[in-house]
Design a protein around this ligand. Structure first.
Ligand SMILES: Nc1nc2c(c(=O)[nH]1)N[C@H]1C(S)=C(S)[C@@H](COP(=O)(O)OP(=O)(O)OC[C@H]3O[C@@H](n4cnc5c(N)ncnc54)[C@H](O)[C@@H]3O)O[C@H]1N2
Ligand code: MOO
Length: 395
């Protein structure tokens, strides 16, 4: 298999994802997901003409008054009768405008003495001042949220006020994580000699945690063909996506590809023209999509950001799952690139994107301080400071 371009690999990985069923979930659980169907208003908002201020409901034509206050309209309860000529009603924010009234006199511009109400300031400037008309936000039946819209906090509020307690979303994706490597110990366990803690599983769980997923961290599997084959087959039974890290390259201990094949997986691609992240593989095993990330922690991070998160977002209903990029000036020169696209870890400065000195694909200290990836396409010339480059935000 030859090296694929990043764009082609992204398109192919998105095509691997199935369409999880649609379910209805309570509003708070829907936050951060995508609407799986249009959501229509079940009610008109406001349902009636309401006061937008605390004050008095009057007829504009009767200014400058005086009026006789005949009762009160509070939020959730109206006056209960119609205003006759010369009459006003005490009214509060959110309360229904009594029949016969058309305008609100705010209380700061009114003087009250028993039942008697007088104008004490400039008064309302026009008929209908401080009145929220019935249906001025939306009418029943109107589309409030379109299929594919992100369920932001504002859309959650909109759905609630539109009469919904539940929203249609794609069900949470089950993601199995498998770290491979004889050298790995679980995070926090003593790492003797040349063994090292497995950082990729926790990193991936943290990255995925912002999406609607249920993580099944299946821990560390040694570099053993039979053990890996068994682990992949078992993980694929219940998962929508099986994510492996490590063992993706070409050494004798890099057994992920043969083990996936032994488990019955069909591999769609292996190796992408990018740095870091070349030995990325993707395919299917039974009903599950397989994403094999490289073991190097920075390579795993960058490929997760560019391929795995978009796949998950796509399956969760995001119509635009690929990371967006933004043009920024370079704060320092960058060298030419060869056949692979390069994703340089960088910081944001007043002068623009500043590539870090340390670009090793195992250097987590540098990755942890990076705020951006500078995207350098294959076969790009060296660029001086000040030239514009595309960047992907990491936070
Ligand atoms: N002769 C070649 N050698 C390599 C090539 C190549 O094309 N020809 N590709 C290199 C590239 S690029 C990458 S990236 C790495 C990735 O290789 P693997 O996916 O096979 O990863 P491993 O060999 O298993 O591990 C690499 C490195 O990362 C550490 N690691 C692995 N898993 C974890 C984990 N869960 N948490 C933290 N660190 C982990 C592992 O100990 C190794 O140090 O291959 C190059 N080689
Ligand atoms: O492509 Mo590897 O991910 O450079 O280190």
């Amino acid at each position: 298999m030859s090296l694929l371009s990043v764009a082609e690999a992204q398109a192919r990985i998105l095509a691997l994802g199935g369409e999880p069923e649609i379910e209805s979930v309570p509003l708070v659980e829907a936050a951060g997901r995508w609407a799986a169907a249009d959501v229509l208003a079940r009610r008109t908002q406001p349902a009636a003409d309401l006061s937008a201020m605390d004050g008095y409901a009057i007829r504009f034509a009767e200014l400058p008054g005086p009026w006789r206050v005949v009762g009160e309209s509070a939020a959730g309860a109206g006056l209960g009768c119609q205003l006759a000529p010369g009459e006003a009603a005490r009214i509060f924010t959110g309360a229904p405008l009594p029949e016969g009234a058309d305008t609100i006199l705010v209380q700061e511009e009114a003087a009250r003495d028993g039942d008697l109400l007088r104008l004490s300031g400039e008064g309302p400037p026009r008929t209908g001042a401080h009145v929220r008309r019935a249906g001025s936000d939306f009418a029943a039946g109107r589309t409030l949220i379109g299929k594919g819209d992100p369920l932001t906090p504002a859309r959650i509020a909109l759905a609630a006020i539109g009469g919904h307690g539940m929203l249609p979303v794609r069900r949470r994706l089950r993601i199995a994580l498998i770290s491979t490597g004889d050298e790995l110990v679980p995070p926090g366990a003593p790492a003797e000699g040349v063994r090292l803690p497995a950082s990729n599983g926790a990193m991936l769980a943290a990255l995925l945690g912002r999406l609607p997923v249920a993580i099944d961290d299946r821990g560390i599997v040694p570099d053993d063909l039979a053990a890996l084959t068994r682990a992949f087959a078992a993980a694929a039974e219940a998962a929508d996506i099986v994510v492996t890290t490590g063992g993706a390259s070409v050494g004798e201990h890099d057994l992920v590809r043969p083990a996936l094949q032994a488990a019955g997986a069909s591999l769609d691609f292996w190796r992408v023209a990018m740095k870091p992240g070349k030995p990325l593989m993707a395919g299917r095993l039974g009903r599950a999509a397989i994403v094999g990330l490289p073991g190097n922690p920075v390579s795993a991070f960058v490929t997760a950001r560019l391929f795995l998160l978009p796949l998950v977002a796509h399956m969760a209903g995001d119509p635009a799952p690929l990371p967006s990029s933004r043009s920024m000036p370079l704060a320092r020169p960058v060298p030419a690139t060869a056949m692979r696209a390069e994703y340089l870890r960088a910081r944001r400065t007043a002068e623009g994107a500043l590539p870090l000195d340390e670009q090793d694909s195992a250097a987590l200290l540098a990755l942890a301080s990076a705020e951006l990836l500078i995207v350098r396409p294959p076969q790009s010339p060296a660029l001086p400071a000040g030239n514009m480059v595309e960047t992907i935000a990491l936070a």
